[in-house]
Design a binder for this molecule. Structure first.
Ligand SMILES: C=CC1=C(C)c2cc3[nH]c(cc4nc(cc5[nH]c(cc1n2)c(C)c5CCC(=O)O)C(CCC(=O)O)=C4C)c(C)c3C=C
Ligand SMILES: [Fe+2]
Ligand SMILES: [Fe+2]
Length: 352
């Protein structure tokens, strides 16, 4: 009844009444990154931050303490300040954040490279916070006939605050469906040799373009509160493992290639050493040339472009440093796409 897709069941059985049209037989791949505001104005920023900072996976503080803080102070002051930060990196041509532009391009490139291997595959992308939402894209995939969906949280290292909350949101969407698509979730790839080779190759290429040789390279990962590690989140260990494998692949020792954690938020202690304090300390110790690579970010975003390439470069120079390089993320580069395609092909095994 619903050509061109295969029938959903045994149509030889005559039914007294028919059910609504349903397309089936396709496979969806949904790439999901963190999120992004729709604009840099106060209300767009506030909407985005409210959704983000209301997530219990992100802020684990008791709601009794957190709600008054969030609604009374944070959502009145932060939207303006962060809106200005976003404005400094905004993609004006497309009127969107770099994270959204890059995630879309990753999905388009992935679709093109998988088209011949699996003509019944549909690749799409979504954001955990903001738009396009996970629910809207799962619904769209189902409308296109996808009865199996591979969900790919775009985080090489697993954290409850990132990877798990993507799954929560996807399953929330499925909860509302009568006929649910089958869902598979791609695991993190912190120690995957294809990823380690890609981030180190990309780093070497970027270092070769510099007019200076860094005395120290920092591998800077987004931080989380230290209490999350103590409660059993594997994120810290996975960041350590990525860093060790990169260090070994680069043939550097741990004084030249060091792990740090950035983007601290609030008064609680976060994973250490902190990136900004390390950058400041190194400059004060007389390091003149510094590079920062951010292997935990699949795409450049506020935290890499504004915080590292902007703020941390300034901290370095203000304290006596001379040359600072923020290494671009893998993004939709050849190396970046190699990693995403590798993960997706492996996780689709048995489906295509
Ligand atoms: C306050 C708690 C936060 C935790 C825990 C957290 C973990 C976490 N975040 C990323 C990746 C990204 N975070 C980004 C922005 C961002 N992060 C937080 C807060 C926490 N993140 C906030 C409030 C913001 C928004 C900006 C701001 O107000 O400071 C982004 C950038 C998004 C963009 O559009 O550019 C990314 C990416 C990871 C990987 C992580 C834990 C492992
Ligand atoms: Fe964050
Ligand atoms: Fe930040």
């Amino acid at each position: 009844m619903n050509a061109p897709f295969p029938p959903a069941g045994d149509r030889a059985v005559r039914l007294p009444i028919d059910h609504p049209p349903v397309k089936v037989g396709r496979i969806g791949v949904l790439l999901v990154n963190l999120g992004t505001p729709d604009g840099t104005d106060y209300w767009s920023m506030r909407r985005y931050l409210k959704e983000f900072l209301s997530d219990r996976r992100v802020i684990e503080t008791s709601r009794l303490i957190w709600w008054p803080l969030l609604n009374g102070i944070i959502l009145t002051t932060r939207p303006g300040r962060k809106g200005r930060d976003y404005a400094s990196i905004w993609n004006r041509e497309r009127d969107e954040s770099p994270l959204r532009t890059i995630t879309r391009s990753q999905a388009e490139k992935l679709a093109a490279s998988l088209a011949s291997a699996a003509p019944n595959l549909v690749v799409d992308w979504a954001m955990r916070y903001g738009n396009p939402s996970i629910a809207s894209r799962i619904e769209a995939l189902q409308k296109e006939g996808c009865d199996r969906i591979l969900l790919v949280p775009l985080y090489p290292q697993y954290a409850a605050a990132t990877s798990a909350t993507v799954c929560d949101k996807a399953f929330d969407a499925l909860k509302a469906m009568r006929w649910q698509p089958v869902l598979r979730v791609a695991p993190p790839w912190a120690d995957d040799p294809v990823y380690i080779e890609a981030v180190t190759t990309s780093l070497k290429k970027e270092l070769a373009k510099l007019s200076f040789e860094p005395e120290v390279i920092l591998a800077s990962f987004h931080g989380v509160p230290q209490s999350y590690l103590l409660k059993g989140d594997p994120y810290h260990c996975q960041c350590q493992k990525t860093t060790r494998l990169m260090r070994e692949a680069l043939g550097l020792d741990d004084s030249r290639f060091r792990i740090t954690f950035q983007s601290r938020f609030g008064p609680e202690e976060w994973l250490q050493p902190y990136t900004d304090k390390t950058v400041e300390g190194l400059a004060k110790q007389g390091v003149k040339n510094l590079a920062v690579v951010m292997p935990g970010f699949t795409a450049d975003c506020l935290e890499t472009l504004e915080e590292i390439a902007g703020e941390n470069a300034e901290i370095f120079k203000h304290n006596g440093g001379e040359n600072f390089a923020a290494i671009p993320c893998l993004n939709d580069s050849e190396e970046g796409m190699r990693v995403i395609e590798h993960v997706v092909r492996r996780e689709l095994m048995g489906w295509i």
